[in-house]
Design a protein around this ligand. Structure first.
Ligand code: SF4
Length: 471
């Protein structure tokens, strides 16, 4: 199956031609199908479609086929069912975060799409709403036959129609023209709020917002919605991180409303790390949504005041919505398209994965500026430090999506004071990224390293510095 899957991507151009030819017959076949009866035709088509597509593409018959936009690589084969581009956990060699022995479905998709582009011209990565689970097992061909638009090329969801009005906390800082500083704090393994508040107090007067992670690395902690609400109640500005891994769209939307009612104004939409690296590897990952479809839904709640189902809310939340990007792992050519989709779907601030590779980040920001994305969303760069080369190496090898160039590891490894050297590297990267046009701020991360992060922020006095562009 796997070999055939890869074969189909290698022959994406020929398969796309065959698909285009069959689709061109649809206007002639449609009247005949109507005479026979659409239900009867679908019943006859379904097993043929299933056989052809499972053989060629290892297809999961999601009923909303996007193969023609994904280079003949079925995105439902992705362990997280990412339909809007790759997750941030792709390994540096292009293999899958969840199944390291497989190539990431989206590195395959990009390769196949490039082959098809020779005939059709480049088409953007699809920007798809959340999948309709009811259509599993249904035929997509019948939709094409009926002249319905190819589900891979639905119009984009469009720009946000209303601006968040609250102008509080993080959003205000983002619009201020100076560098923004945020920091990541993991909620405690505690039924009491004090350990969380103790960590947050370290950053008083130093940061514009505190990100509260949501089961980072697939590990269980106090819920991010509760921890964010506790911080908001105590006068901090939390960024409530929501991972799609643990909840379906019903639970997530309920949590968003609850967070807003408890005074949380900023949310960060993530797909989430796989469970296999965490402390509950036996858990069932959900992934009902991916980050792009979660952004789309959240924006619908804020802009249109409605749930994903279309049902009206009594009171819409007013949220400053963010997303993440990882410029440091493949498929590099799709990272900008993926970021653009997140901006289109509603992200107004973007936080990146740890930046240790300046060259790669400069190239990424060059494309960001070319597409004007830095003027549509605030790009906040992830930086951080750990206390030893061993800890850095562990992170590079075990934390999905973190890439640390070998020369950085070697530099810290060979230092007599490794903690000091790692901190120096962090300072150098911070200074360098803040000189890159389009960068709006710095996001500090470092597992259980809050004291050091607070000292670094204090030392560099980042919030007093202007940035080179403002949105
Ligand atoms: S790396 Fe991420 S996007 Fe790629 S196949 Fe694995 S889970 Fe899916």
């Amino acid at each position: 199956m796997l070999a055939l899957r890869y074969w189909s991507v290698r022959h994406a151009r020929g398969l796309a031609r065959a698909y285009d030819f069959l689709a061109s017959l649809a206007p002639w076949l449609a009247p005949l199908a109507r005479i026979i009866g659409i239900a009867r035709v679908e019943a006859a088509l379904r097993p043929v479609e299933r056989l052809a597509k499972t053989t060629l593409f290892d297809c999961r018959m999601c009923g909303q086929c996007v193969l023609s936009a994904t280079g003949m690589a079925c995105p439902m084969n992705c362990a997280k069912e990412m339909r809007n581009g790759p997750c941030g956990g792709v390994r540096p060699d292009g293999s899958c975060e969840v199944h390291p022995s497989l190539r990431c479905t989206w590195t395959e998709a990009v390769a196949g799409a490039n082959r098809i582009a020779a005939d059709r011209g480049a088409r953007p990565t699809p920007l798809l709403p959340a999948i309709d689970q009811r259509r599993h097992g249904a035929s997509t061909w019948i939709q094409v036959l009926q002249g319905r638009p190819d589900p891979a090329f639905q119009p984009a969801v469009g720009e946000r129609v209303t601006r968040a009005t609250g102008q509080g906390g993080l959003e205000q800082a983002c619009n201020s023209g100076r560098l923004v500083v945020t920091v990541e704090v993991a909620p405690p393994d505690s039924a009491r709020p004090e350990p969380l508040l103790r960590r947050a107090r370290l950053f008083e007067g130093l940061v514009d917002a505190i990100n509260i992670t949501d089961g980072a690395g697939g590990n269980c902690h106090m819920s991010s919605v509760a921890a964010s609400a506790i911080l908001a109640e105590h006068g901090h500005t939390p960024v409530y991180q929501i991972a799609c891994r643990d909840r379906n769209r019903i639970a997530i939307q309920g949590d968003i409303l609850g967070a807003a009612a408890l005074g949380v104004r900023n949310i960060l939409c993530l797909t989430g790390d796989d469970v296999s690296q965490g402390d509950h590897p036996e858990a069932k990952p959900v992934f009902d949504l991916d980050a792009v479809s979660l952004l789309h839904i959240t924006r619908g709640m804020c802009d249109r005041g409605e749930f994903a189902s279309g049902r009206k809310l009594q009171e819409a939340p007013d949220l400053f919505i963010g997303a993440t990007t990882n410029p440091f792992v493949p498929p590099f050519s799709d990272r900008i398209a993926n970021l653009e989709n997140k901006v289109l779907a509603g992200a107004r601030f973007i936080q990146t994965q740890f930046c240790f590779d300046l060259k790669r980040f400069e190239a990424f920001m060059h494309q960001v500026r070319q597409r004007g994305l830095d003027r549509r969303a605030h790009i906040i760069v992830g930086v951080g430090t750990l206390n030893s080369a061993r800890a850095l190496r562990w992170m590079a090898e075990n934390v999905p999506g973190v890439y640390i160039p070998p020369e950085v590891l070697a530099r810290v490894e060979s230092a007599s004071d490794q903690a000091r050297e790692a901190r120096l590297v962090c300072g150098e990267i911070m200074r360098a990224v803040t000189r890159i046009p389009g960068v709006a701020g710095i996001h500090l991360m470092g597992h259980r390293n809050e004291e050091v992060l607070a000292e670094i922020i204090d030392e560099h006095d980042l919030r007093r510095q202007p940035r080179l562009y403002t949105v």
